[in-house]
Design a protein around this ligand. Sequence first.
Ligand SMILES: *Cc1c(COP(=O)(O)O)cnc(C)c1O
Length: 456
Amino acid sequence: MSRDRITVNPLHRRASDAPTVEKHRLSETGMDPLTAYHVVHDETMLDGNARLNLATFVTTWMDDEAKQLYADAFDKNMIDKDEYPQTAAIEQYCQRILADLWHAPDAAASPATSTIGSSEACMLAGLALKRRWQHAREAAGADTAKPNLVMSSAVQVCWEKFCNYFEVEPRFVPVSDEHPWLDGSQLDQYVDERTIGVVAILGVTYTGAYEDVAGIQAALDEIERARGLDVPIHVDGASGAMIAPFLQPELVWDFRLPRVASINTSGHKYGLVYPGLGWVVWRDAAALPESMVFRVSYLGGDMPTLALNFSRPGAQVLLQFYLFLRLGREGYTRIQAESSEVAVHLSAGIAAMPQFDLVSDGSTIPVFAWRLRPGWSGNWNLFDLSDRLRMRGWLVPAYPMPADLEEVTVQRIVVRNGLSMDLAESLLDVIREEVAYLEALDAPLPRPTRSGGFAH
Ligand SMILES: *Cc1c(COP(=O)(O)O)cnc(C)c1O
């Protein structure tokens, strides 16, 4: 059997069809559409059950009306705003709704755009910070070399990409047991006149923790008083910006804080839409340099565009508006609260086991992590537990924490709509059984050397 060919199931094959098809080269002739469908369908069979995937933040289930709407809109290209003016208008409704949800001073005047995900949104927000800094330096007759961006070492990989691709020096504030997230306390050592901004994460990928945006703002206020530096904040709310407005409405993290220049979220995480959809909103026109907006005429009309991609599916934007209409504030609150209850219930179940210490408990975003109690067992670790759970169908990743805590391994559960209390109970049973199995080992599990980080 060649590694370059895929076997076609005889049930789906006509007598005249070859028993295998090329997978690495375009074949000379085509095949029956139904046969082709089954080949692709069967190839993805090993992809796993999305419902039991507790590693991802991304939506894997929507209701039938959403599916219908999606099917109605497969062909819509988001960039084609002249051809699809209503899709473009609906994008603006969503932007206005988010700006209002995040307390923009004047939601109608907040520049915003949809994107393919939070990563693209963060690139645009980072570029706006860089461009604002450059304009301010030029106006002051200063050079614009060596910009830097200050953030926690627990940032999502998109910020490392931003710095790498757009030549900004990343300044990572290490997480530690004492300062498990960015809280402003060490900022003074990292911020200087070349700092384009500080990133605050609402919902740290590793643990679900909220960074202290108000504390960061207070520290930056103090830096401005002492050193005259006016440094803006970008909030990476990939997950938390669609949780905090509903579950922690009293938490002040958004445009209510005057230094917050921009906020991003992933429509396809707790926005509850299928991938890929992201959003970025700026406080006001001053936060987004006009020099970043392009005006194109070749689709007809004069369309301002602000994006890294040109063509992009428009269907997800319609799905977001569908959910805003369908759920309203009450509906989002109900769904997010239920995920949160499940997360807190699961974390309490884990905390009750003598082997584990919680790193977080799921009371911010419905995400929590735990570690093996120091010195608990030489015979097994969280990677082994993750492997055991995978054998039972559950995907519950274990991974090392970021720089300065990299010797600490944690295991994390992301609760999304669809992980019901009943499923959570079965998961707890499975975890207890597998831990009992590991505890019964009379010698350490043999193991290869582990390597590699975490990139979710
Ligand atoms: C998921 C995530 C991202 C990247 O989002 P995508 O929508 O997958 O591109 C960025 N930041 C944080 C904090 C995240 O959790």
